[in-house]
Ligand binder design. Structure first.
Ligand code: PMP
Ligand code: GLN
Length: 382
């Protein structure tokens, strides 16, 4: 294995899920739901499978899916031409990787906000670029974006910034003020923003998802990435997309076509159906997830953790120190065997493990009885 990929020999999700399976633990580590998406979407996939849609779809994605993606972005006031400004990818993961491969050169710097989704560091490394990490700060009871720190991280070599909101793992949803300040930095320094919006629909209470591309000066410099997995409970389908200007989409497509070429042919029309007809189902999913967040957060607090509020995503973060632990990673590796629950140590998503080694991430995208079982087990920790 080449040196630049040596830090990436396995993923925390694969390891933790394997440990949970081996020990029979309740898996609140890897974020995936344990119920299916809307029946109409599943029927559409079945119809496509038996209707002959089983060969290569067009390189940029099936036209009806690109049209549905563009129509869906209009909810934010963003207009994209389905033919030249929308690209279907193998999940958000490929859209992000292809964007980095297409838009950065070895020696370029990419600003990454930590804690960061694990694929970002690997994809920056595969592109040969260098990551410059800026930490979220725990402030006013939430994890906030320190835009001054972002500004300070910019150098003449900075080419792009990766922005994930709603944010995995903290559940932070960036405010309009945070995004506006960030947009100013991007415009001032002529940066490309790659936004990871896979949790765009999973925002709770009165929080709002605001795509960075809607801010002044940003549409022409933002590659907006999202995917169907989280919105429609189909994380295994890996249907994602990137929306941007014709120039940026053409660049991303150049890389994408030699990574996977195409994927998920018969799933593409089903996702098109879902984007157009299943948003009421998604509204119900959002209500249900907000209640699950409350259920797990309350359970964790009763079990003795200090819990950060989560404004979106599948995740809630908890501080292990009130329970007398000092090493959250060590605890995470013991938890499955000790009490039968799996969680993820947040330090693995950072370049500053010592500063984050009191935080565990728990997924609440599970059936209530599964959450209750986990909560009962967590009480045994005290
Ligand atoms: N970004 C974030 C923040 C995620 O949590 C995930 C994992 N679900 C992904 C990207 C990957 O998305 P996909 O499965 O569509 O590739
Ligand atoms: N996105 C999911 C998480 O953060 C897992 C994705 C994966 O397993 N690669 O838990």
């Amino acid at each position: 294995l080449v040196p630049r990929l040596r830090p990436f020999t396995s993923t925390i999700f694969a390891e933790m899920t394997a440990l949970a399976t081996r020990t029979g633990a309740v898996n609140l580590g890897q974020g995936f739901p344990d119920t299916d998406g809307p029946a109409g979407m599943l029927d559409a996939a079945k119809d496509a499978l038996f209707g002959g849609a089983n060969q290569y779809p067009p390189g940029p994605g099936r036209p009806e899916l690109r049209a549905a993606i563009a129509a869906h972005r209009e909810r934010y006031g963003l207009r994209y031409d389905p033919d030249s400004e929308v690209l279907v990818t193998a999940g958000a993961t490929e859209a992000i990787a292809a964007s980095l491969l297409a838009l950065t050169e070895p020696g370029d710097e990419v600003i990454v906000i930590e804690p960061y989704y694990d694929s970002y560091a690997a994809s920056v490394a595969m592109a040969g670029a260098t990551r410059r990490v800026v930490s979220l700060v725990s402030e006013g009871g939430r994890f906030a974006l320190d835009v001054d720190a972002v500004r300070a991280a910019v150098t003449p070599a900075t080419r792009a910034i990766l922005v994930n909101s709603p944010h995995n793992p903290t559940g932070t949803v960036f405010t309009r003020a945070e995004l506006a300040a960030l947009a100013t930095v991007c415009v001032e320094h002529d940066l490309i923003a790659i936004t990871d919006e896979v949790y765009e629909h999973l925002v709770f209470d009165d929080n709002e998802h605001i795509p960075l591309a809607t801010l002044p000066g940003m549409a022409e410099r933002t590659v907006s990435v999202s995917s169907a997995g989280k919105t429609f409970n189909c994380t295994g389908w890996k249907i994602g997309w990137a929306c941007s200007t014709p120039e940026l989409v053409a660049a991303v497509k150049s890389a994408k076509q030699f990574l996977t070429f195409v994927s998920g042919g018969p799933l593409q029309p089903a996702v098109a159906h879902a984007l157009r007809h299943e948003l009421d189902w998604v509204a119900e999913l959002r209500r249900s997830l907000a209640a699950k967040r409350d259920r797990l957060a309350a359970g964790l607090a009763e079990a003795g953790f200090a819990v950060w509020p989560s404004a979106g995503t599948y995740f809630v973060c908890a501080d292990v120190r009130p329970l007398g632990f000092t090493d959250a990673a060590e605890l995470a590796w013991q938890l499955p065997e000790r009490i039968g629950v799996a969680a993820v140590p947040v330090k693995v998503f950072t370049d500053h493990p010592d500063e984050w080694n009191h935080v565990l991430r728990f997924a609440f995208c599970k059936r209530d009885e599964v959450l209750d079982d986990a909560i009962a087990r967590l009480h045994k920790l005290a």
